[in-house]
Design a protein around this ligand. Structure first.
Ligand code: GLN
Length: 482
């Protein structure tokens, strides 16, 4: 049996199953499929079963919350006490976190049971999951295809029904693009909604945690757990807790969906465009009105992001120096040599490339020309979005220009990977919320996702739209045969 988060919660609430039974069942599925998929980096049967037993005990005592006992997987970027937290990097290969990230603590407090830790691109840098130090994740729809990245393990695990839902992070598309490539639903919240405390930092002004699940309803349920103010993250927004399921059943009549003309030009694959057209027709049937909008500076998102993100990464990753935690070279002559060897051995190529780029754009003489310029462009891109929201309630766009590509196809061409991020980066630069949900399959049978972008704090509206779509379509129920 496989379940959505909601179905698992209902089965637990009505006593038709137990947390232990669910955990055992999913651990069995993971063990059977992970050899082929490589979606999980760490499984710890005894830890998982102990959490499940605690959830069952809580329920027996009448202390269960709505999600107590529901199994979930965590992206290996969230520090979890007593669990190996590698962030997909050799430099953290043996790092066992001494504390919980805010997201992990919230999930545990809600009684969710951790099934394991999902694979990812090293330090969340990538869009194909091929940058993991622990091998690529395979797309469960086609083992020759990438699952997308950086949250490829989380998306593949949900698609393969190895977990009802998973946590993930999105710095430039890493929730939405893998969700699209794997045929599942994922939400990147407004910047500051989900605490970054204990989430290994890549580009701090862009990083945001969020859920990946089969349905929009599940994303809402999991976001209810993940979101919330946290004093330990200075950019965590001081907002009252909200219920992201509250608007799921609102009718869509009169919803104005904006289609940015720059997102539908050359470069968008024909099969992706056709699926989007069909999905928009479905939204129209639900009562939505379509308006054409313009986001004129869209093409500047790639150069702006690929200056700002590496700049922040070069600073954030300086903490991996072989001294405090992580890999340390076995032999070295002095302190500097120790730093150099430890980092040379511990980081992969893409991470090194970003550190070099970031250090360069921040260096004296180049700072104004690159970093400062990129920040100004970031502001202009944000203004484009805000202007767009003057004409519409949500923006519909592709999540990626194509369906999932083949493993190895772009692995020697970093720029080809960067260009494929064109439709997702602007959202992070502006700090906006956006989700991706499945809308069909491309000509080679690989999933296509639609991206819906909202104005600040429009999570409930985005989830409402996707949920209504999922009431009249069944793309989100399709699962690959393994
Ligand atoms: N593909 C983008 C990058 O490599 C986005 C990754 C992410 O969102 N973590 O930076």
């Amino acid at each position: 049996m496989t379940h959505t988060l909601k179905q698992a919660a209902d089965l637990l609430a009505t006593g038709k199953t137990s947390a232990t039974e669910l955990a055992t069942d999913y651990l069995g599925k993971i063990t059977a499929a992970n050899g082929a998929l490589n979606a999980f980096l760490t499984i710890d049967r005894s830890k998982t079963l102990a959490m499940a037993k605690a959830a069952d005990d809580a329920r027996a005592k009448g202390q269960a919350g709505p999600l107590t006992g529901v199994p979930i997987a965590h992206k290996d970027i969230f520090c979890a006490e007593g669990w190996k937290t590698t962030c997909g990097s050799k430099i953290l290969e043996n790092f066992v976190s001494p504390y919980d990230a805010h997201v992990i603590a919230q999930c545990s407090a809600a009684g969710l049971v951790t099934l394991g830790r999902t694979n990812m691109d090293e330090f969340a840098m990538g869009s194909s999951n091929e940058n993991s130090a622990f091998g690529p994740v395979k797309n469960p729809w086609d083992l020759n295809a990438v699952p997308g990245g950086s949250s490829g393990g989380s998306a593949a695990a949900v698609a393969a029904r190895l977990t009802p839902a998973a946590t993930a992070t999105d710095t430039g598309g890493s929730i939405r693009q893998p969700a699209a490539f794997c045929g599942v639903t994922g939400l990147k919240p407004t910047y500051g909604i989900v605490s970054r405390y204990g989430m290994v930092a890549y580009a701090s002004s862009l990083d945001q945690g969020g859920p990946i699940a089969q349905t929009a309803e599940d994303c809402a349920l999991l976001l209810n757990v993940m979101a919330g103010h946290d004093v330990r993250d200075s950019t965590s927004l001081e907002l009252a807790k909200e219920d992201y399921t509250r608007d799921l059943n609102q009718p869509l009549k009169g919803l104005r969906i904006g289609l940015p003309k720059e997102y539908f030009g050359a470069g968008l694959a024909g099969d992706v465009a056709a699926s989007i057209e069909a999905a928009i027709a479905e939204y129209k049937k639900l009562g939505a009105e379509i308006v054409e909008i313009s986001l004129p500076r869209t093409e500047l998102a790639i150069p702006s992001y690929y200056v700002i993100a590496p700049a922040e990464a070069s600073s954030n990753l300086s903490r991996f120096d072989g001294v405090r935690y992580g890999h340390r070279a076995a032999e070295y002559s002095d302190l500097n040599d120790m730093y150099e060897r430890s980092r040379a051995e511990g980081f992969g190529w893409e991470t090194k490339r970003r550190i070099l780029t970031g250090t360069y754009v921040l260096s004296h003489g180049y700072y104004d020309a690159y970093y400062l310029k990129a920040q100004k462009v970031r502001r202009l891109l944000t203004e484009d979005f805000l202007k767009g929201f003057g004409q519409c309630d949500v923006i519909a766009a592709p999540a990626a220009p194509t369906v999932a590509w083949n493993i190895g196809e772009k692995s020697n061409d970093p720029v080809a990977n960067y260009l494929a991020d064109i439709y997702t980066l602007g959202v992070n630069l502006a700090g906006l919320p956006a989700l991706a949900h499945p809308i069909g399959f491309g000509s080679n049978g690989r999933p296509v996702g639609l991206q819906l972008i909202g104005n600040y704090f429009a999570e409930a509206k985005l989830l409402n739209a996707a949920h209504q779509f999922q009431q009249v379509t069944d793309w989100h129920t399709k699962a690959p045969t393994l």
